[in-house]
Design a protein around this ligand. Structure first.
Ligand code: FES
Length: 194
């Protein structure tokens, strides 16, 4: 059986921050953090090369690996829903094959990404709001926040001020796993300590 690379990372926090910093689209290799660390902080530059360029801290938290779907089940622009890191509040997520290369994207086209559905503004669910034409989630029904799924879930428009949490993925053979979260899920004070 063909086996897709599983990424593991044993770098120190300092090394990781140095490697990932100063990029908006973090490379797949640097983005996927495997076992070893619980939480690391990295600096990600939003809107590089523009007047709006800004370095912001981002949290990457590892959780137990969980199978979420078969790679062969994923059809372009057809999100599949799953719960992660548990079955609790705000654990609803989606995985989607975008059809275009994305920050943190997996698969041979680097276009498979997953995101939490809870809007970072006030936690309203973004379920059902995926837009294939813009590769975005939103607009949120409450205050219209919209997030770019090709660029780590950064805000395109609306009231929110934080990116949508991106679910870290691994692909092994025909299996897709969730392994952690890049960013903080709305309403979960224990994000960093689970
Ligand atoms: S809750 Fe989504 S924009 Fe306010």
């Amino acid at each position: 059986m063909a086996k897709t690379t599983v990424y593991k990372n044993t770098r120190s926090r300092k090394q990781l921050a140095k490697e990932v910093g100063h990029k908006c689209l973090v490379s797949r290799r640097n983005f996927l953090i495997g076992t070893g660390a619980t939480t690391v902080t990295v600096m990600v530059t939003l809107n590089p090369g523009t007047a709006d360029a800004k370095a912001v801290p981002a949290q990457i938290t590892n959780y137990p690996r969980k199978f979420i779907c078969k790679l062969s089940e994923l059809k372009q622009d057809e999100p599949l829903d799953f719960n992660y890191p548990d079955e609790g509040e705000y654990s609803d997520n989606m995985v989607v094959k975008l059809g275009v290369k994305a920050g943190g994207g997996l698969g041979k086209d680097q276009d498979i990404v997953a995101y939490n559905y809870a809007c970072t503004h006030q936690g309203n669910s973004l379920s059902g709001s995926y837009k294939a034409e813009t590769k975005s989630l939103g607009a949120c029904p409450l205050h219209l926040s919209t997030y770019d799924l090709t660029r780590h879930g950064i805000l395109i428009s609306g009231q929110a001020y934080q990116s949508l949490p991106q679910i870290l993925l691994e692909i092994e053979g025909d299996s897709v796993y969730a392994t952690g979260i890049f960013g903080l899920i709305f309403g979960r004070e224990n994000n960093l300590h689970s």
